[in-house]
Design a protein around this ligand. Structure first.
Ligand SMILES: Cc1cc2nc3c(=O)[nH]c(=O)nc-3n(C[C@H](O)[C@H](O)[C@H](O)COP(=O)(O)OP(=O)(O)OC[C@H]3O[C@@H](n4cnc5c(N)ncnc54)[C@H](O)[C@@H]3O)c2cc1C
Length: 479
């Protein structure tokens, strides 16, 4: 698909993965188009950043992406990076969950929301006998016939009981979305579980059937037939995805250190004004910034749209990474990491055994550990000064992983206001945003605030936005 009647000049604002994917898709589909990619910071990638230091490869935020959505693998393939993909270490795929400062394996086959195997649920020390009995009742509970959105907390408690919610689902989902589960929308985050309830009457029944089918079909297979683990990363770090995307853009496309302060529709075109610059004229604008920034830029143009965009709340997180000699860590590091229930009162949301999950990330004999803090559970921790944050995290890791001595390497990254919160009603909010945005010629939105926070979803958001914008322009050109 290429577009002959395309806008001549497009401004993409925000060079995170969403903005870069949008700009790259335009160059693929309409190579004659002139693109300007405006980025406020002096580097590309938004929250994605890899550091190579002292022999360690540290991901400062996202550290891998899921392969069950096709868009990440697909882009990696088009960029010629397939041979740089790294799968999770098969020997360390289990996840632990904390209970009273001790780590236990998640029951084998427990996938995000529901069990696929009964025996591991029956014998897990993470749940009480009553909690297990209540979870088993899920098989018999009639499905709800209500179509309305509901909170993740409400849904899981309704189906599987309070204990499965508090001890398994809440920590697993908080570790991904950094969200308050009492507010997190089921339909915007994990709608397939509502669908399972609807179709099969029970999540457990649905999950077990699905697992059987997947085993037969061989899941996580790309179009070339290659098999992948559920998560993958890149051997040179996720920044290599950003660098490769940027290298595919025509010279002169990227404007770093350039914060866009104003956009305005003028006589069928768009004027884009960056700080300390003269306005520049474009045929179309893609806003790939966080949604609240898009909302502020659109305030003079469409007040209700701006209000809806500002209505998508964001929470902050921080990642504390530490390295130790293997001999300093007494806890067996035979897993990918651990998640922490909110009721444990720990300063850590989740921990990742970074150098076990992906073997290339630390020199032999060293252990690299990442701790994820903040989110809706403890928003103040996202911006806590390192002198306070690091000792807090270290004390907890020492306790839980039985670590002796001090880290031999440490680095902290703060990400305030970067995690959009998909609260109950998010789908309606996004539908309203899309309707108003589509009514404004030459304007499009992309980013993690709308249809998914993960890297593949952001890539899809950027690419789809670019495709639709070019399609709209082509249709208008034919009229
Ligand atoms: C700590 C953390 C861990 C994560 N872990 C994972 C993971 O393991 N796997 C996964 O798939 N996903 C993960 N995610 C989610 C995923 O990384 C993000 O959702 C995604 O990278 C966001 O990309 P984006 O381009 O939409 O937004 P951003 O990366 O926020 O990019 C937006 C860009 O817009 C720029 N900008 C803002 N205002 C302006 C302006 N006025 N003018 C010009 N530029 C502007 C910003 O500087 C920024 O570069 C994680 C996120 C965080 C924060």
């Amino acid at each position: 698909m290429t577009h002959s009647t395309s806008p001549q000049r497009i401004a993409v604002i925000g060079a995170g993965i969403s903005g870069l994917a949008a700009a790259h898709r335009i160059t693929e589909l309409a190579p004659g188009c002139e693109i300007r990619l405006f980025e406020r910071q002096n580097r590309l990638g938004g929250v994605l950043a890899t550091v190579h230091e002292n022999g360690y490869q540290v991901e400062l935020s996202a550290d891998n992406f899921i392969t069950t959505q096709p868009w990440g693998l697909d882009l990696v393939g088009r960029l010629g990076l397939k041979d740089r993909l790294v799968q999770t270490n098969p020997a360390c795929r289990r996840t632990f969950v904390m209970r009273r400062k001790r780590l236990y394996s998640l029951p084998d086959g427990f996938l995000m929301m529901a069990p696929t195997k009964m025996w591991p649920m029956a014998v897990t020390p993470v749940l009480s006998p009553l909690g297990k009995l209540r979870a088993g009742l899920e098989y018999l509970l009639p499905p709800s016939r209500d179509d309305a959105d509901e909170s993740m907390a409400g849904f899981v408690r309704r189906r599987l009981g309070r204990e499965v919610f508090e001890r398994l689902v809440e920590p697993l989902v908080s570790g991904v979305y950094a969200a308050d589960m009492e507010k997190l929308s089921l339909l915007a985050t994990l709608p397939r579980f509502r669908e399972m309830e609807r179709q099969h009457g029970s999540l457990i029944r649905a999950m077990r059937r699905q697992m059987k089918l997947q085993r037969k079909a061989g899941k996580h297979v790309d179009e070339s037939g290659a098999r992948y683990s559920m998560f993958v990363t890149l051997a040179d770090g996720l920044s290599s995805l950003i660098d490769t995307l940027a290298a595919r853009l025509p010279a002169g496309t990227v404007r770093l250190g350039t914060s866009v302060e104003k956009i305005a529709p003028v006589d069928g075109s768009w004027q884009v004004t960056a700080a300390r610059s003269q306005p520049e004229t474009f045929d179309a604008v893609i806003l790939a910034t966080p949604s609240h920034v898009a909302g502020a830029l659109l305030k003079p143009i469409d007040e209700p749209l701006s209000r809806d965009l500002a209505g998508i709340q964001h929470e902050g997180t921080a990642i504390v990474t530490m390295a130790f000699e293997d001999s300093q860590v007494a806890h067996p590091m035979n897993g990918a990491g651990f998640v922490v229930p909110g009721i444990e009162g720990s300063p850590i949301l989740a921990g990742s055994f970074s150098s076990r999950k992906y073997l290339h990330r630390a020199p032999d004999g060293k252990t690299l550990i990442r701790a994820f803090v903040g989110g809706a559970r403890a928003p103040e921790m996202a911006e806590m000064p390192d002198e306070k944050l690091v000792p807090l995290v270290l004390a907890e890791l020492r306790d839980v992983l039985r670590i002796s001595g001090d880290p031999i390497y440490q680095i902290t990254a703060h990400w305030p206001g970067t995690m959009p919160q998909y609260h109950v009603g998010h789908l309606d909010l996004v539908a309203r945003i899309n309707t108003r945005c589509h009514a404004i010629p030459g304007l499009a939105l992309a980013g993690n605030a709308y249809d998914g926070v993960g890297i593949p979803a952001c890539i899809h958001s950027g690419e789809l936005t670019a495709e639709r914008l070019l399609q709209r322009a082509a249709t208008q050109g034919q009229q």
